[in-house]
Design a binder for this molecule. Sequence first.
Ligand code: GLN
Length: 454
Amino acid sequence: LSVTELVKDSLQTVGERDGQVKAFLTVDEEGALASAAKLDEKKAAGEARGLLFGLPAGIKDNIVTEGLRTTCASQFLRNFDPVYDATVVRKLRAADSVTIGKLNMDEFAMGGSNENSSFAPVRNPWNLDRVPGGSSGGSAAAVAAGEVYFSLGSDTGGSIRQPASYCGVVGLKPTYGLVSRFGLVAFASSLDQIGPVTRTVEDSAYVLQAIAGHDDRDSTSANVEVPDYVSALTGDVKGLRIAVPTEYMGEGVDPKVKESVMAAIRKLESLGATWEEVSLPHTEYALAAYYLLSSSEASSNLARFDGVRYGVRAENPDNLLDLYLKSRSEGFGDEVKRRIMLGTYALSSGYYDAYYLKAQKVRTLIKQDFDRVFEKFDVIVGPTAPTTAFAIGSQTDDPLTMYLNDILTIPVSLAGVPAISIPCGFEDDLPVGLQIIGKPFDEQTVLRVSHAFE
Ligand code: GLN
């Protein structure tokens, strides 16, 4: 099979399925075929092949791609063609993968259902009336629908893991700092991480291998040695100590989801692992802390969108202030405005101590919950999300209910530790996700345990 054939096959599947699924915002047919032709030449010349040679990939549309429109699913950026590539995009190219196009998402990665895309909601390939999850819904749906071999998503509070769970694919949020954020349009800089969405755990290891590593252009990039993730995939879990947090198996979690998760834990037990129930006592404060911190950071990060430097400029402003106001009023959707208002309020003088500072302290307590458990255990296991994919439109009027879908992924983001979601069963024909959480920079163990299910 030539790379050109592989890429044509991917483009054809996009043509057949994406009218319904709507995972793509931009398809770069010309660019993809040109890269494929180059790779086929390379193959013919007998040159060394990259780790992801010829694999068709989709990129979440908040990761900048030179000359290829990058919208963050926002009207504000509907005409934005970046002048450079994100580090992860350069790395994918160096690994010889082929970018098929840019993937739909919640506007500026704010949301958990993909209904906040200003272009079109993405639909879950398992059931087109259900959401794919979000904000990387396009990334998860494109892989689940077989449109691409793998994709990149971003996760701030669950945006890789939760859609992976809803779409029955593998989604990995690396340790904060393992993958460069250079070229990722910032939502909440202290939480954002790019990671792979794939069909298998093995693929996840390969893609992580290609994108991980220190980057001088990201000041929060960790200076750590990148281990060999692929060789960690032994599937051996003998002697592994698993912690199951009581708070992740509580009342709000669907009993059938709990059942699937328990079955997965028992499977690990049968393979030689041991498990114990533990407590992560500050879990109940995670959601409040996350929405204060992430919105505060967003209000600051999104100040750069002023109609002058990036994206769409409002027409006929009366003066400069009016230009800002009009451009931002027209450019941002409701959820983005809600977060900017909340964040601006939380950061305003007089409220800083009561909200932002308090939330930072809670974040430290949450991190310490994880540290304590990891003194005695190798991984923490639980559901990725409290339910399976819900119906499109069923939660759009109620932001607070919507925010609860991320209650099991957000603490991990606040602690900065790695976590994966892998499929662990079905409920009423919809996939259930198992979340496996690891120690900082211990993606190897997370992948090794996950691989035991393949
Ligand atoms: N759903 C969460 C939010 O709306 C998480 C989003 C994300 O991880 N980008 O903020």
